[in-house]
Design a binder for this molecule. Sequence first.
Ligand code: CP
Length: 324
Amino acid sequence: MANMESSASKWTKKHLLGLEGLSAEEITLILDQAAEFKRLAAAGETKLSPLAGTVVANLFFENSTRTKTSFSLAAKRLSADTIDFTASGSSLSKGETFFDTARNIEAMGANQVVVRHGTPGAPHLLAKHVDVAVLNAGDGTHEHPTQALLDIFTVREQRGSLEGLTVTLVGDILHSRVARSNIWGLTKLGADVIVCGPSTLIPPEVERLGVRVSNSLDEVLAETDCINLLRIQFERQRNAYFPSIREYAHFFGMNGDRIQRAKDDVVILAPGPINRGVEITPDVADGSHSVILDQVTNGLVIRMACLYLLHQRQQELATQEATA
Ligand code: CP
């Protein structure tokens, strides 16, 4: 536990709202803490007790498979009690608001609240109105910090470091919170980031975030070390952004032919859910370059690290308050 305590004492944030507000050192602290949890799990220490006696509430106002279940399992691995709230079947249908829902969960004794919401900034607003620690599990098109952290952790695991790597984010950059969080995290850790997709799905002035733009996957394939294939976010699109899915897959889908033309050791990532035959063909998704399921595995230790660091900070703040 010595490593865990020393990394926790360097963490000073009460909430985890996005990677935009974190320094390279803070991001690295989370990655190192996750690596420590992964090492402990490999040594058979899968059940740890730092969050015993605390409550982690998952408040999901949008659908999720990976993020919700892995936050829930991460909390259990750290011995917290968990509350799993989903909007469907809740009293939202009777007119209860987002804030009242969150306040009621807080009143049940939650210490940390994991929030996914369709509105950008919803977790940030909540953090201003509740005493609990808030973790952003995806807010509209804005940020999905733990997804980017697990993506970056997986790349670091494959390559040792992010410094100098070229990472290409392909697809619906305009509507993707995963893209935004990846851009913040990857550039802070020294990677060169290319965003690639139809011009209609690239946000205006995205270069200001320190990335290059390409509208041709074939053009950037040979120089790319890691390709992160983002899903087309049909649920957030109000217009037609490209003529057809077939054409999108033809120009921007990762397939066996493009794997042949990519670097020999190219790493293929996708945040999931994947749409087989659209952004990625099944042979690539299940092939030797794919680390898609490693990302899911790593999501667990990343979320354990986030819950653990925020819990330790809460303890420090409570001690400071008691002794003030
Ligand atoms: N990648 C991701 O956020 O997946 P879920 O929507 O299933 O949580």
